[in-house]
Design a protein. Structure first.
Length: 431
């Protein structure tokens, strides 16, 4: 079931290339459909949003009251509510620790030539959080998207979710636990368009975060520039670096925990031990026999999974950097030594008792992570994602005089005489 590949024979590069190709651009038909919806909502506002909502979701948009959220929390199982609250506590604590490093507010320092320069850091004013409906309704994602925004100090966090006949109690409960300010039942590309341009009682937001289907992802891509987005997420992925000290049963379970997400999910083992790779292969076959999403996992492993046997852990680290995975587990005799060798990953899990689902639900760091190799340059969602920075300059007349000649020289070299004049007129009387 899990293909074994020996590094150095070329097959490993084929497998890694197939992983990267999973994040292909959205099909032309989806692009055309989403572009039409975005333009229609921009032109006609709420009227268009309502029409698409009824057409695609069989219900018009509506405001979901805070009372409804609290009532939903009362309907779910007490242990589930307690788990949501515990998770929220850990997420909030982690984000508050990060916030202490952000240096909110105004900070000024002396410029080398005199005067003051600095930066003003403030939270965004209004953020939208998209939450899918149906089988893809994940309450943990509500917590992971809402809480960092609230900790950052965003004034208004608005959650949108498709207006199904019976909204998910656990999703509404998660919204209540996370502390959303408004919840609006509207979904699809029309929800993205409404939050981008503003439509009726649905306000325009500064940033939109959260996962969705291909139509939502394409709408977010098109909306970018009118507002900020978190990322256009691709299929989930895990890459495990392990040596002979790793437990093959645990490694198989961790690989399968990502393979069950989607047929396009990717699960890769990098190891310097053929014995471990073979044992993991056998364990995967055994565990598939009792897990519920077997067909999805089998397809995922067949198309985008493998175990690559490398000559050493240094080679494992180099291949891992090529992948730049969403999740990376390092399960070796000395995980921190291997950690120093890798550069690209959304989240890194160290040691045999730090499985990826810990990050999905409870540890605190956000599970909204860069996928499809974008961990080379993107970062996880955090309080940093919900603040904006403004440069601040403050010069006195003497400070400006010290640098005026250089400014004029540079402006004239670019043939921007009005720029030069802006400086010259302040000293014309003296000249």
């Amino acid at each position: 079931m899990l293909e074994l590949v020996v590094a150095g024979e070329g097959r490993e590069q084929e497998k890694l290339a197939s992983m990267r190709s999973r994040a292909a651009q959205t099909g032309a038909e989806i692009q055309r459909s989403v572009a039409a919806i975005m333009e229609d909502v921009r032109a006609r506002g709420y009227e268009a949003v309502e029409e698409y909502s009824v057409k695609f979701d069989q219900n018009p948009p509506r405001e979901v009251s805070m009372e409804e959220l609290e009532q939903a929390a009362g309907r779910i199982a007490p242990d589930l509510l307690a788990a949501l609250q515990r998770s929220a506590q850990h997420i909030r604590a982690y984000q508050q620790e990060l916030l202490s490093e952000v240096q909110m507010g105004l900070r000024l320092w002396d410029s080398p030539s005199g005067g003051k320069v600095g930066r003003l850091v403030r939270p965004l004013q209004r953020v939208g959080v998209y939450v899918p409906g149906g089988r893809a309704a994940y309450p943990s994602s509500v917590l992971m998207n809402v809480i960092p925004a609230k900790v950052a100090g965003v004034e208004e966090v608005i959650m949108v979710t498709p207006p199904t006949e019976n909204l998910s109690d656990v999703v509404l409960a998660a919204a209540w636990v996370a502390g959303v300010d408004r919840c609006i039942a509207v979904g699809g590309a029309q929800a993205v368009a409404a939050l981008t341009y503003g439509a009726g009682f649905i306000p325009r937001v500064d940033k939109l975060v959260g996962p969705g289907n291909a139509f939502v992802a394409e709408a977010k891509r098109m909306a970018y520039g009118n507002l900020d987005i978190d990322m256009v997420a691709g299929p989930s992925e895990v890459l495990v670096i392990a040596d002979q000290t790793a437990n093959p049963c645990h490694m198989a379970a961790d690989l399968l925990s990502q393979a069950e997400h989607d047929p396009l999910a990717s699960a890769v083992l990098l190891t310097d031990s053929m014995e471990l790779a073979q044992a993991v292969q056998k364990e995967i076959t055994r565990q598939l026999g009792y897990l519920s999403r077997r067909e999805i996992m089998e397809q995922s492993l067949r198309d985008f999974g493998c175990a690559i046997i490398c000559p050493d852990l240094e080679t494992c680290a180099r291949l891992a950097d090529q992948v730049a995975p969403e999740h990376m587990e390092i399960v070796t005799e000395d995980p921190r030594r291997v950690l120093e060798l890798v550069h690209n990953a959304g989240a890194i899990f160290l040691g045999g008792n730090t499985p990826e689902p810990l990050g999905d639900y409870m540890a605190g760091p956000d599970h909204v992570l860069p996928t499809s190799g974008t961990a080379r340059f993107f970062s996880p969602l955090s309080v940093d994602s919900f603040v904006k920075k403004t440069s601040v300059l403050e010069y006195g007349r003497e400070d400006l005089e010290r640098v005026k000649d250089e400014i004029i020289t540079l402006a004239q070299s670019e043939h921007l005489t009005a720029h030069a004049n802006s400086i010259q007129v302040r000293f014309a009387e003296e000249d």
